[in-house]
Each structure stands twice: as structure tokens, then as C-alpha cells.
Write a protein that binds this ligand. Structure first.
Ligand SMILES: [Fe+2]
Length: 350
């Protein structure tokens, strides 16, 4: 044992914790500066986002987002907006934002049309996707013969789909994200995947154990059910209000960024705060997936979900920009008029 390690034995735990925190904060701040210059986040800096989130039970991320907001002020919307979930007034937006802040999720009455659901469903049957464990090769999903618990579509295949592009530029959904993030949202990515009954027990690959997402400092997701989702085919499940600072059990956060079985997490929350989201094809809801959440394992059938992520900053996981080859005229105009929204996309030249 050297002098340093002998001395470390006598440092009180509280001081050790403070030193560790300070070190993580330095990595975070330096990593953010590098990100501003290069657009890249080092692995160390990315880990510091998670470590500081866990060490402060969410407070650090919220405080840091307040700083990000100052550099990226939101566009001011002064009247009603029309979109896929209806005509929203400023009062309607305020209602949704209050709900998101309080519960972490908001569910909308209006659904995607049957026509759009059918088009996306058929697109998903025809387009090849990637399966675990390697996600290397692309195969099309055969509902009669699933080969994995999850089939994930490539983001660029989705971002080039005209129906998805139409939804990406939905002004109501964008404004909900704008209000929640408190800044001009960047469209981070579209995702879509089949969940199947290939494996009846909870799969970590298919996010069927409780976890919280932590790829960015702050984000909001939109979920679209493309087929009917019942208790049988894997409804999304979340713990209401668990996105808030100090709302996660310290014992769980001490374990770091881990997936947690129901029986370990449920005792900390009221049963009525565990929400299971069943819904018909076309159902739309917004969620801050800092909330504990998971997909319930499927008993039969399959589930097709489309998901969008909006974020306040790309600081976090490094991703490739979306490559938009097939760009509708409208989408190009929308991206040109909304530079921050399109900040994570490369649009092919006309
Ligand atoms: Fe997740």
C-alpha cells in the first residue's frame, strides 16, 4: 500500500463524494466546450452526463439545460397551430406543457389517420430492418416467422419516407417539444421498430426492463402506435412523475445506469403512478423518457411503433447526421425555414 492509498483510507466518504463530483463536473464542462467546437462528445464526457444525473438525482441536467436554453431561444408562436393532433391554441399548448412537466407524459385525443397507419405498416413490412444480437444484416420481418424480439429500422430509411417527413414537420408536435425544452428543438432522429413475441420473457435488447434514457441533457419523444396495442402485444409502460429531479430512489441511482426488474422498482412508487399505455392504431403520446419506462413483453402478435426525438442539444451520444436523399419540396422549405430543427440533417442538394 503506498502513501496515497493509505491517506485515501482516512478521507471521509462525504469528501470523497465531493471530489468525485467535482471531477465529473470538470469532465462535463470541458467535454461540452469541445462539443461546441467540434460537434463531437467524448466517451468520458458522455459518461459524465449519466454520472452527474445519477449523483444529483436529475438536478444537474435540468440546471445545465437552463444554460443551453439561453444560447438557443425558442421561436415565439403567437396564435393557433394546426397539426396531426388537431388545432392547438396557446391555452392548449400550456395544458400539454403543464402535464408534461408534472407527469412526464401527455396523451393526445386525435390519432394518425387509418390511411397513414396503413401506409407505414406496409412500408414496415417491405423495408428490411436489423435484429439482435449483431444488428449487422438487414432482413424483412415475416409476421409468420419472427427471428428476433425486435426489428429496428435504419434511421435514414425512415427519414426518407414521405409520410414520416410529413409528420416530422408537424408544427403542433414541434411546438410541444419547443415549450417543453424551453428552446428551439433539434430533430434528433426518427425511430421505428417491430416488437415481437419471439421471446416471451423480458428482453433487455427490446427495452422490456425498467430503465431511463440518457443520451442527451434534455429531450422529448413522440410515440405513434402504428397497429393496435393491447395488454397482449407489448404496451409502453412508465412511472408517472419519475422524470422529476429527486424522483428516483437514490439506491437505484447508486447502481448507475442499469435496467431494473419490476419487483425492485414498484415498491418505491404508488401503484396508480404505474401507467400502461394501450391504444388503437394511430394513438399518439409525448413522453420524457427520463421517466422509468419499458415495453411490456409480448404474449402474442407484434407491435409497430414510430418514435421521434427532439432535443435541446446534440451533446451526448455521437450519431451520424440524417442523410435526406428523397426530400419533398415542402420538407426542404420547412428545413430551410427552421434551421435549428434541421441541424442534425444533411439535405441532398436540389
Ligand atoms: Fe428507453
Amino acid at each position: 500500500m503506498n502513501v496515497k492509498s493509505i491517506a485515501a483510507k482516512f478521507i471521509p466518504a462525504k469528501i470523497k463524494k465531493a471530489i468525485k463530483f467535482k471531477k465529473q463536473e470538470q469532465i462535463f464542462v470541458a467535454g461540452y466546450q469541445t462539443f461546441l467546437q467540434t460537434g463531437k462528445t467524448s466517451h468520458e464526457a458522455y459518461m459524465s452526463i449519466i454520472n452527474l444525473y445519477c449523483a444529483t438525482n436529475g438536478t444537474y441536467s435540468e440546471q445545465f439545460n437552463s444554460k443551453i436554453k439561453l444560447t438557443n431561444p425558442p421561436v415565439v408562436i403567437s396564435g393557433n397551430l394546426q397539426g396531426v393532433i388537431g388545432n392547438y391554441s396557446l391555452v392548449d399548448f400550456e395544458k400539454v406543457n403543464t402535464e408534461l412537466n408534472k407527469n412526464g407524459y401527455s396523451h393526445f385525443d386525435k390519432k394518425l389517420s387509418k390511411e397513414v397507419c396503413d401506409k407505414l405498416y406496409n412500408f414496415a413490412l417491405k423495408t428490411s430492418a436489423r435484429i439482435p444480437p449483431s444488428y449487422n444484416e438487414k432482413i424483412t420481418y415475416n409476421p409468420e416467422k419472427p427471428l428476433a424480439e425486435i426489428y429496428r429500422f435504419d434511421l435514414n430509411d425512415l427519414a426518407n419516407n414521405p409520410d414520416i417527413q410529413q409528420l416530422m414537420m408537424d408544427p403542433v408536435l414541434l411546438n410541444i417539444a419547443r415549450n417543453y425544452l424551453g428552446c428551439e428543438p433539434i430533430f434528433d432522429f426518427p425511430a421505428m421498430w417491430w416488437s415481437t413475441a419471439f421471446q416471451k420473457q423480458a428482453s433487455s435488447e427490446a427495452a422490456q426492463l425498467y430503465h431511463f434514457d440518457m443520451d442527451r441533457v434534455k429531450w422529448l419523444k413522440m410515440f405513434f402506435y402504428i397497429n393496435d396495442v393491447t395488454m397482449e402485444n407489448g404496451p409502453h409502460c412508465y412511472i408517472q412523475g419519475s422524470h422529476l429531479p429527486d424522483a428516483k430512489p437514490a439506491e437505484m441511482l447508486k447502481r448507475g445506469y442499469e435496467r431494473i426488474p419490476d419487483e425492485e422498482l414498484h415498491p418505491y412508487y404508488k401503484p396508480e403512478d404505474v401507467k400502461i399505455v394501450c391504444g388503437d392504431a394511430g394513438a399518439i403520446f409525448a413522453g420524457d423518457t427520463k421517466c422509468w419506462h419499458k415495453g411490456i413483453p409480448l404474449k402474442k402478435g407484434h407491435r409497430l411503433v414510430l418514435e421521434f426525438e427532439y432535443t435541446s442539444s446534440m451533446f451526448g451520444t455521437n450519431t451520424q447526421k440524417l442523410e435526406i436523399e428523397n426530400c419533398s419540396k415542402e420538407f426542404r422549405e420547412f428545413c430551410n425555414a427552421n434551421k435549428v430543427f434541421a441541424g442534425n440533417m444533411n439535405l441532398k442538394k436540389d
